[in-house]
Design a binder for this molecule. Structure first.
Ligand code: HEC
Length: 185
C-alpha cells in the first residue's frame, strides 16, 4: 500500500509539459529519417546511371578514393575477388592470408547495393555529408557498381532497380551459428 501511495504522489507532481525542447515538425524528422534497409525500404525517388555518375565521382570522390576507385588517401572502392573463393570464414581467411593486394571493397564485401546508397548519402563526401541530391547519389552508386563489374554503364538505378542488384558478396557471409555465451538480442 505504501508503494502505491508513493507512485500516486510522483504522478501528481509531474507536469504535463517541462517547458524545454522544441516541436519536431514532420519535415525535420524526415530529414533525419534517411536509413535504407537491405530490401530497399527507405530509398527516395530519383534515378541515375553510371554514365551520369562518372562526373559526380570525379568531382566529389576521386580526390580521396582514386580516379577509378582504386583507393588513395581513403579506402579502395573497386575490386573483386577471383571466382570460386570460399565464403567468409576460416577457409577464406586462410586463402586471403595477409594479402594487402586483396582489399575489402564494394565488389567483394558489401552484401547489399542498397547499403552503398545509404552509406554514401549519409556519410560522403565526409566534408559535406548529405550534400548530394538523390539523383546524384543514385548515379554515383551506379558508377561504383559498374566499376565493380556488377551492372552495366547504362543500367538505371532507382528505388525499384537498386534492391534487385545481386552483389557478389551476397551469399558469402556464413551464418553465425555458434552456441554458448550470453545471447544478445
Ligand atoms: C575527403 C576525402 C573523401 C572524399 C572526398 C570522399 N570520401 Fe568516401 N571515404 C573517406 C574516408 C576517410 C572513408 C572511411 C570512413 C570510415 O571508415 O569511417 C571513406 C569511406 C567510403 C566508403 C566505405 C568504404 C568501405 O568499404 O568501408 C564509401 C562507399 C565511400 N567512402 C564512398 C564515397 C563516395 C561515393 C564519395 C563521393 C561522393 C566519397 N566517398 C568521397 C574519404 C573520402
Amino acid at each position: 500500500m505504501l508503494a502505491v501511495a508513493a507512485v500516486t504522489v510522483v504522478a501528481a507532481q509531474t507536469p504535463d509539459r517541462f517547458g524545454f525542447g522544441q516541436p519536431a515538425p514532420r519535415e525535420v524528422i524526415a530529414a533525419l529519417d534517411i536509413d535504407v534497409r537491405p530490401d530497399g525500404t527507405g530509398l527516395p525517388p530519383g534515378r541515375g546511371t553510371a554514365r551520369e555518375g562518372a562526373a559526380v565521382y570525379a568531382t566529389q570522390c576521386a580526390a580521396c578514393h582514386g580516379a577509378k576507385g582504386e583507393g588513395g588517401a581513403a579506402d579502395p572502392l573497386v575490386g573483386a575477388d577471383p571466382k570460386g573463393v570460399p565464403p567468409f570464414g576460416p577457409a577464406y581467411e586462410q586463402w586471403r592470408g595477409n594479402r594487402p593486394d586483396v582489399p575489402f571493397t564494394i565488389g567483394n564485401y558489401w552484401p547489399y547495393a542498397t547499403t552503398v546508397f545509404d552509406y554514401v548519402r549519409r556519410a560522403m563526401p565526409p566534408t559535406a555529408p548529405g550534400s548530394l541530391t538523390s539523383d546524384e547519389t543514385y548515379a554515383v552508386v551506379a558508377w561504383l557498381l559498374a566499376q565493380n563489374g556488377i551492372i552495366g554503364e547504362d543500367a538505371v538505378m532507382s528505388a525499384e532497380t537498386l534492391p534487385k542488384v545481386v552483389m557478389p558478396a551476397r551469399t558469402r557471409f556464413a551464418p553465425d551459428d555458434r552456441k554458448g555465451g550470453r545471447t544478445i538480442r
